[in-house]
Design a protein around this ligand. Structure first.
Ligand SMILES: Nc1ncnc2c1ncn2[C@@H]1O[C@H](COP(=O)(O)OP(=O)(O)OP(=O)(O)O)[C@@H](O)[C@H]1O
Length: 507
């Protein structure tokens, strides 16, 4: 049993409370003092013990609680770390690993026990790592590193004790292809609003005007558009421009999680819902966002079961936590997004028509980048400035041939791809002028599919040609054999052999 005693702050009161318990032979197993509260864990306390504690001078109340706050914070911290898709290490002032999240343990290719306490330099195969950390004040500029044969962009956040003394750092390892995305997320979300949506093309201006009107209507909104066009950014801007702007905004990518995890993330779970669950249960995003907005990305990927549960929530605002029997009601605006044609999915029986009606009360369409070429260079300039700041490089500029190459590219991966191309160019460029050669763009400009049947001799050569172009294109987004193999559902060695055959990614 855990209790919290709320007291008037006076010297010695904590000891007095513990003395009361020890005089009653209560075996106290945990104590946390956070004046004016003391939290106590003990096997069992009867009413008379409660009454006795309440009689101690200065005690205002004694209540039962679910968890000691320190334990709760630790559990939340663990859950927070586990929810991070990117590897995160916390290291001490000597460069030794103190905490590693699940992704970090996996990326290191070791077990948790053999990662903790090991020097980060050893993991990175860089004997001078700790020395450099100290010299640079635990704040290294973003740079590419290798962990267990895979490349990452390393971001360092120094940690200081309250006295100002360096206590170590938190290291986050981002896949190079996602670094630009992260930069933007960090910098845009702080500001919020439609001004964060860069672009002056008539298409985007019109969209922003419509979106600003829709932001104020408190009804579900569906955003359609190709992947990487800025749907999440638009969703956030709609939240920031709504009457809910001071309330929370939470996003869930329905494609990234298996059904059971997506369900508990969204709806939460009740105490004891499953083995390994937090004792007191866990609120889901809908509860946490009460009064605010939940953004459901890739909503077309939701399982039929979750579609039914979401539909029920949209119908009357109520739901149950996983394993819970209590009906909960919250006031949350749902903004969803998809790059899939939901009408076709309805026709094929993969998406519920009634759910589509509910989600699609309002709708906005994000145009692809190639449909608004006027926005390419302003966006490139924005990402260039951000990447230089993040990578601690002097200001850079785009040469004319680089601008021409950017304008001629097909941008199958849209703005996210543009962001990644610029970020890589900044980290790799030797000089402060970025030329077309510094940009890792696929050779074939224009629509990637138009020339598939041109000049085909044999099926074999046509397939090889397709394979080469596919890999060239995907390699920009997944620039490591391991990731590319995962994306294409094949083995690491099969991809490595093909990349070698087509000379992709070779110096
Ligand atoms: N108009 C814009 N101005 C500035 N940054 C943008 C703009 N549009 C998109 N971005 C940035 O491009 C990246 C991709 O955008 P976002 O994640 O919003 O796309 P998405 O359509 O939701 O992608 P997906 O469908 O893959 O989830 C983000 O980092 C975002 O901040």
């Amino acid at each position: 049993m855990r209790i919290v005693v709320f007291f008037e702050d006076r010297v010695g009161i904590a000891q007095e409370l513990l003395a009361v318990l020890s005089s009653r032979d209560v075996n106290v197993t945990g104590v946390e003092v956070e004046p004016p509260h003391i939290y106590i864990e003990a096997p069992a306390l009867d009413e008379s013990a409660f009454a006795r504690l309440r009689r101690v001078q200065g005690v205002r109340s004694v209540e039962v609680v679910d968890m000691l706050p320190g334990v709760q914070r630790r559990l939340y911290l663990q859950a927070l770390l586990a929810s991070q898709a990117d590897p995160v290490f916390a290291i001490d002032a000597m460069g030794m690993v103190v905490i590693a999240n699940g992704a970090a343990v996996t990326a290191s290719g070791r077990t948790e026990a053999t990662v903790l306490g090991v020097s980060m330099g050893e993991l990175l195969g860089d004997a001078d790592f700790a020395k450099r950390l100290v010299v640079e004040g635990y704040h290294l500029p973003v740079r590419e590193i290798e962990l267990n044969g895979e490349s990452f962009m390393l971001e360092t956040l120094p940690l200081h004790e309250s006295s100002g003394r360096a206590a170590g750092a938190v290291l986050t390892l981002h896949a190079p292809s996602r670094m630009g995305e992260r930069l933007s997320a960090l910098q845009n979300y702080g500001a919020g609003g439609f001004d964060t949506i860069v672009g002056t093309s008539p298409e985007i201006e019109q969209l922003k005007q419509r979106a600003a009107r829709m932001a104020l209507v408190d009804a579900p909104l569906l955003i359609t558009g190709e992947t990487g066009t800025g749907k999440e950014l638009l969703a956030h801007a709609c939240h920031a421009g709504s009457n809910r702007s001071t309330q929370p905004f939470f996003a869930l990518n329905c494609a990234a999680l298996p059904e059971s995890l997506a369900e508990s993330e969204l709806f939460g779970y009740a105490p004891g819902a499953f083995t390994g669950a937090l004792r007191g249960g866990k609120p889901g995003l809908l509860e946490l966002a009460d009064g605010g907005t939940v953004f459901l990305d890739e909503v077309g990927e939701m399982s039929p079961y979750l579609q039914a549960k979401l539909l029920r929530f949209l119908n009357d605002g109520s739901f149950r936590r996983v394993g819970g029997d209590r009906e909960l009601k919250v006031n949350v605006r749902v903004i969803s997004a998809t790059h899939r044609p939901l009408e076709d999915m309805v026709a094929a029986g993969h998406f519920r028509q009634d759910l589509l009606f509910r989600l699609n009360v309002l709708n906005l369409h994000m145009p692809a980048l190639r449909e608004r070429p006027g926005d390419i260079l302003p966006l490139a300039q924005l990402f260039l400035a951000r990447a230089c700041a993040q990578a601690a490089r002097p200001a850079m500029r785009l040469a004319q041939d680089a601008c021409a190459a950017l304008l001629a590219n097909a941008w199958a991966g849209n703005i996210r791809q543009l962001q990644n191309v610029i970020f890589r160019a900044v980290t790799m460029a030797e000089r402060t002028i970025i030329t077309a050669d510094d940009l890792e763009l696929a050779q074939s400009h224009g629509s990637p599919d138009t020339s598939v049947d041109a000049g085909v001799d044999t099926l074999e050569s046509a397939v090889a040609d397709f394979e080469r172009r596919l890999l060239q294109r995907l390699y920009q987004e997944f620039p490591s054999t391991r990731r590319l193999a995962k994306r294409l559902g094949t083995s690491h060695t099969a991809i490595a052999a093909r990349l070698k055959r087509y000379g992709i990614g070779q110096p």
